[in-house]
Design a protein around this ligand. Structure first.
Ligand SMILES: C[S@@+](CC[C@H](N)C(=O)[O-])C[C@H]1O[C@@H](n2cnc3c(N)ncnc32)[C@H](O)[C@@H]1O
Length: 237
């Protein structure tokens, strides 16, 4: 077994703020036909890990945009460590971002107000015939529990999401799903551990204690059973 390759995959998974693992992101990239001529824009790129992984696998060039400077500086450090100079990470609000370039693939990792708004924003930067890669939470059941809706906002079942994509003129031609282990990493390690470290510094912070209790309860009681996340590859027809 190639332990070093597994460790590298863990490092990349740790730098995804998403529940879709690197192995699935690589399959997604293969299925949408990425190659060294592909230009990819990642709106809400976090650490820029999708671009990093697709550059290392397929040689793509890309631009990532995110508001969070902390994520971007870690992302830039990781790109530098690997000697990747075809990926640029920019600090900006995606709703204000300006770019004259048209891209083969535009990733929309965050819903900006509505699904329609988000896809319209992504499509502004997309070449004709390009792929929108939309990352979205969904409900695994027809009627999700109210507690989950109160916590996460509207979570729609896959069939309803597909209907909305179609009504906006898109077909789903690729899909990469989450795994329990990525959820576990996100909930208890990426987010949970950070909050518990904060609690160590402020042990009397009752609000934080309540939040931590709620965060874990929402995952074990609701999110694990009823919620999924996927990266949807959408094409116009
Ligand atoms: C769910 S994370 C996704 C990160 C990345 N795509 C990944 O898979 O790791 C969403 C990101 O959206 C960013 N974000 C949210 N609203 C934004 C906005 N209006 N402009 C730029 N970035 C935004 C957050 O800072 C966060 O990094």
């Amino acid at each position: 077994m190639n332990y070093q390759a597994i460790k590298k995959e863990c490092e990349d998974n740790t730098h995804l703020i998403s529940m879709v693992p690197v192995s699935e992101i690589i399959r997604f990239g293969y299925e949408i036909g990425l190659n060294e001529n592909s230009k990819v824009l990642d709106l809400c790129c976090g650490y820029g890990t999708l671009l990093k992984v697709w550059n290392e696998t397929y040689g793509i060039s890309g631009v990532g945009v995110d508001l969070n400077n902390h994520f971007l500086s870690i992302g830039n450090e990781r790109l530098q460590q690997e000697g990747i100079d075809k990926v640029l990470l920019i600090c900006d609000d995606v709703t204000k971002y300006k770019d004259d370039e048209k891209y083969d693939v535009v990733i929309c990792s965050e819903t900006i107000e509505t699904i329609q708004n988000t896809l319209e924003l992504g499509e502004k930067f997309l070449k004709k015939g390009g792929i929108l890669a939309y990352q979205k939470l969904y409900s695994k059941v027809q009627n999700p529990p109210q507690e989950l809706v109160d916590f996460d906002g509207e979570v729609l079942p896959l069939l309803e999401l597909n209907r909305i994509f179609n009504s906006l003129g898109f077909y789903m031609t690729c899909m990469a799903s989450d795994t329990n282990s990525m959820w576990e990493h996100y909930v208890v390690n990426w987010s949970g551990k950070r909050d518990i470290n904060m609690l160590r510094q402020n042990p009397n912070d009752e609000k934080l204690k309540q939040w931590i209790e709620k965060w874990y309860r929402m995952y074990f009681d609701y999110r694990r059973q009823y919620e999924g996340q996927a990266l949807f590859g959408l094409e116009r027809f």
